[in-house]
Design a protein around this ligand. Structure first.
Ligand code: NAD
Ligand code: TDX
Length: 367
């Protein structure tokens, strides 16, 4: 897509999707990368280590809400693109406390964007024209669907969790900065991602590790909630298309064309694990031949649990020629292989951070 003199300021690059995006930009030699990441419980040096030492890569530990730092980085790095992946991203944690969701997802995005506006206003010519502020958002801003229908870019916002509300709020700020100040912004709202480097608090890596270890697999409610699963590298490719060819001021929905109930997803994951028995035996000390389904435990539902998400990704397909390349089976197999060969990464990111306990059961009104 982009000539190699492009410069990507990537926030949240030590996290799951940001980390995969950094890998893609570096592996495809698309330009120079500066990662700005606060290294919260979800951001890890173990992820960044994979590209340390590469000439095109730099890392700064810091907060997107630190105005002085953001100002300095923009001035010194002179990005072509600011891509904002930094966020608090776990719905269950937003139920326990929304403090960090408000400060990073809303206030932080505001500061990053406000400084980007000043930076862009000082640019001229081709550099001003090619600059983009890209904001990575979620389908959860649209709320929950019934048994039919899809989220399109015209669907009214109706966020249900504190996480979704904080993302909706930041989307509105980004939209307003384009409308008011003409800042060349783009937004993508995508469905559930899976793949390498995902912190094992989210469904797929949590279940994968519990299954390998023969531990109970918690399924919220009746397990019939539907998500539209998207392989993370397909998402990263979509963002690159939007940066290169998207229209400033526009929003693009990104989905995997892969709706599934949580229970069906888990059974597909178990099949992938069974097919990889020999690989598991070769690379780990875990037992195989387990009936993984027998590990499922139905647990109390997530408060406010959205029933169904499904994305109409027709706009990005028509306008930018993007469709997902990975099927659920091929994407899950890659994910299974990655986790089996990266158990050290799992141990390192979980240590002192999270013991895979149930999160998000704070009762309404409790302190
Ligand atoms: P993640 O939780 O894995 O990573 C978030 C990263 O942001 C971490 O590295 C963390 O250290 C960093 N960060 C947090 N607060 C920061 C701050 N104040 N300043 C700088 N860095 C900070 O998240 P993810 O799953 O990679 O999600 C990335 C983005 O994509 C988020 O904006 C999320 O809302 C969105 N999204 C995620 C999914 C999904 O399925 N994971 C789906 C749709 C949209
Ligand atoms: O242990 C679990 N058991 C379970 O049944 C966990 C962690 C989840 N679930 C259910 C809840 C959801 O219906 O699985 C589904 C997926 O849950 P998560 O992995 O927590 O994802 P979700 O809440 O759907 O949100 C994700 O997709 C949209 C990301 O975390 C968000 O950042 C993104 O915006």
């Amino acid at each position: 897509m982009a000539p190699p003199d492009n410069r990507f300021l990537i926030t949240g690059g030590a996290g799951f999707i940001g980390g995969n995006f950094v890998a893609k930009v570096l592996d495809e030699n698309l330009g120079k990368v500066l990662v700005l990441d606060k290294l919260t419980y979800a951001g890890h040096r173990a992820t960044l280590r994979d590209w340390e030492g590469r000439e095109a890569y730099q890392f700064v530990e810091g907060d997107i809400g630190d105005r002085g730092l953001v100002h300095r980085l923009l001035k010194e790095f002179k990005p072509t693109y600011v891509i904002n992946f930094a966020a608090e991203s776990h719905v269950d944690r937003s139920i326990e406390s929304a403090d960090d969701f408000i400060s990073t997802n809303i206030d932080g995005t505001y500061v990053l964007m406000d400084e980007s506006l000043s930076y862009w206003q000082d640019l001229s010519g081709r550099r001003a024209q090619s600059f983009r502020f890209h904001h990575v958002s979620t389908d959860e801003v649209y709320g929950s669907l019934g048994a039919t229908g899809y989220f399109s870019e015209q669907t009214p916002y109706a966020p249900n969790s504190p996480y979704a509300a904080s993302k909706a709020s930041s989307d509105h700020l980004v939209r307003a900065y384009h409308h008011t100040h003409k800042l060349p912004t783009t937004i993508t709202n995508c469905s559930n991602n899976y793949g390498p480097y995902q912190f094992p608090e989210k469904l797929i890596p949590l279940v994968l590790l519990n299954a390998l270890e023969g531990k109970p697999i918690p399924v919220y409610g009746d397990g019939m909630n539907v998500r539209d699963w998207l392989y993370v590298m397909d998402h990263c490719e979509a963002i690159l298309r939007v940066l290169a060819h998207g229209e400033p001021g526009e929003t693009y929905n990104i989905g995997g064309h892969c709706e599934m109930t949580n229970l069906d997803l888990l059974h597909t994951l178990f099949q992938c694990l069974e097919e990889r028995s020999a690989f598991i035996e070769k690379h780990t000390n875990y037992k195989t031949g387990i009936d993984y389904s027998s590990l499922i435990e139905f647990v109390p539902d997530r408060p406010g649990h959205d029933r169904r998400y499904a994305i109409d990704a027709g706009k990005i397909q028509r306008e930018l020629g993007w469709t997902p390349q990975e099927s659920l089976r091929t994407g899950l197999d890659k994910t299974v292989v990655w986790y089996i060969t990266h158990l050290d990464w799992c141990r390192e990111v979980l240590a002192d951070n999270y013991d895979r306990r149930r999160l998000g059961l704070r009762k309404a009104g409790s302190p």
